[in-house]
Design a protein. Structure first.
Length: 168
């Protein structure tokens, strides 16, 4: 499919915050500049909805981060970190992101999934029956299959300085 980007295009951006956070930390020992990511995801088009799926930890240190996302115009959906009796911790929004993307897709020309998680491949393939689907993430930690199925892929690793803060 030929990727079309024009100023009248309606765009929805769905951000797997944990995926981007861990990729930036593991690859670059840095934090993500979500403002720069959102700007390039929208690419001068009409933003209909931007949602970041976030996890609240036991300490609750994320409040300022959540507020910063909202100041950028990104809606936050918050889920508490699950801590199991074995000490194992889990924070995952894949199904929530998928459901929101599916519900919103009929009102969009383009869905942008900001994640490198290969679990989103079936979502991308289904959304493509309705709309254009773009993926944005750090290429070094992105599923090869996800890159292949997306109509367009933006590799944040090609210009990490633009998309990172506090890199070493």
């Amino acid at each position: 499919m030929t990727v079309i980007k024009h100023k009248e295009q309606r765009v929805g951006v769905f951000i797997d915050t944990q995926n981007l956070y861990h990729s930036a930390r593991n690859l670059y020992q840095a934090r993500v500049n979500f403002g720069a990511v959102l700007k390039d995801a929208v690419a001068g088009r009409k933003l209909v909805r931007a949602v970041a799926y976030v996890i609240r930890t036991e300490a609750g240190d994320e409040k300022n981060f959540f507020e910063a996302l909202e100041k950028l115009g990104i809606e936050t959906k918050i889920k508490d970190l699950q801590v199991f009796h074995t000490g194992t911790k889990k924070g995952d929004w894949d199904v929530g992101l998928a459901v929101d993307a599916l519900k919103t897709a009929p009102r969009l020309d383009t869905v942008v999934i900001v994640s490198g998680d290969g679990d989103f491949v079936p979502l991308v393939e289904y959304l493509q029956t309705m709309t254009q689907v773009e993926v944005i993430s750090f290429g070094k930690s992105t599923s090869t299959k996800l890159r292949e199925v997306a109509d367009d892929f933006t590799d944040l690793s090609e210009n990490p300085r633009k998309y990172l803060m506090g890199s070493k």
